[in-house]
Design a protein around this ligand. Structure first.
Ligand SMILES: Cc1cc2nc3c(=O)[nH]c(=O)nc-3n(C[C@H](O)[C@H](O)[C@H](O)COP(=O)(O)OP(=O)(O)OC[C@H]3O[C@@H](n4cnc5c(N)ncnc54)[C@H](O)[C@@H]3O)c2cc1C
Length: 302
């Protein structure tokens, strides 16, 4: 069954959207702000914070990038008027970085203004390695203008510890993740244990530099290992938070973290561009394909 799930997850991108939709559903909070707001409200009621992301990346035109910028500035106002406990995460290629770095910068600064106007937080996601330098540069620009902004660094990249050092001290806010893209062995660790070790070092480095760190992983042993260090070093709980992606099963871990008084934030993606995002998630955990098939068969037969 495992092999079948992996094979299906690997080929889903060739299927039509209507076929993939049931498999995507666990990972995406619908296509509209209303469906996403309902998901965030449920999370908030259960004690979780959220970060909303409008799905999409690599836009093809200036007009498209500006429409994304407007959707994000509107989203800040919607979050405020609905009283949601949620920040925003965005990708710079969605704001036009691939087309024109100046366009992405202009768009980003307008979104940052909306974050400031609504007293909210902005996280700049990290994309693949051709965009690392530009992302860090734009993060620097943003944080010199407004402190409630953060970015992401990937534990699989060899350069990450040096990047943290170069970012200097507070206001420093970094999400550490393992990294989702395929990167070459010349620039990225490939071995799972090496990535974990670098992950721990990166979390420690951000904290040692006086920054705030978002620990974004579903790797339960890694969460335990980092938590042990945080307790041992008596790191105050307002210096870090745990983050997970919407829909990833966590075997009760998140509730345990909440009970211990930690902040847990869920990354909630929504929007019409759900297809590519969900395919990536399904490739990460082909078991989901099996669960969905089982649920579909159960509902069809009974
Ligand atoms: C909040 C958040 C934000 C992120 N932002 C970025 C970013 O900006 N840039 C970037 O490159 N990457 C980002 N990522 C993705 C990250 O880099 C990893 O690719 C992803 O989290 C999987 O790695 P892992 O740490 O969970 O460990 P893994 O070792 O991959 O997974 C640990 C366990 O969780 C399970 N699991 C992992 N993913 C899933 C899934 N989709 N469904 C079900 N089970 C799953 C695995 O099966 C395994 O049992 C983000 C991740 C999170 C949680």
């Amino acid at each position: 069954m495992n092999g079948l799930n992996t094979m299906l997850a690997g080929t889903l991108s060739y299927f039509p959207r209507w076929f993939v939709k049931p498999f995507a559903r666990p990972y995406v909070a619908g296509e509209t702000f209303e469906t996403a707001a309902a998901a965030v409200r449920t999370l908030n009621t259960a004690g979780f914070l959220a970060t909303l992301d409008i799905l999409g990346e690599h836009v093809h035109s200036r007009t498209e990038a500006e429409a994304v910028r407007d959707a994000y500035t509107r989203l800040y106002r919607q979050i405020q008027s609905e009283g949601l406990q949620s920040g925003i995460s965005l990708k710079l290629t969605h704001l036009g970085l691939e087309l024109d770095p100046d366009l992405a910068r202009e768009n980003l600064l307008q979104v940052l203004e909306a974050a400031r106007a609504t007293h909210n937080f902005l996280r700049i996601d990290m994309e693949n390695s051709p965009y690392t330098d530009a992302t860090l540069d734009l993060y620097q620009t943003c944080r010199s203008r407004y402190p409630r902004v953060g970015t992401v660094l990937q534990a699989y990249l060899h350069r990450t510890l040096a990047d943290i050092q170069a970012l200097g001290s507070a206001p420093l806010n970094v999400r550490i993740c393992k990294g989702i893209y395929r990167e070459s062995p010349q620039i990225a660790y490939q071995d799972r244990e090496e990535i974990r070790n670098n992950y721990v070092r990166a979390v420690q480095a951000v904290l040692n530099q006086g920054g705030f760190v978002a620990i974004a992983t579903h790797d339960l042993p890694l969460i335990d290992r980092i938590e042990q260090w945080l307790v041992q070093e008596q790191i105050p709980t307002d210096r870090f938070e745990f983050q997970v992606l919407y829909g990833v099963p966590m075997q009760g871990k998140l509730e345990q973290l909440l009970e211990k008084g930690y902040t847990v934030r869920v990354y909630v993606p929504f929007g019409q561009a759900w297809f590519d995002y969900s395919i990536r998630r399904l490739k990460e955990n082909p078991h989901i394909v099996g669960y969905v098939l089982k649920n579909l068969l159960t509902s069809a037969t009974g």
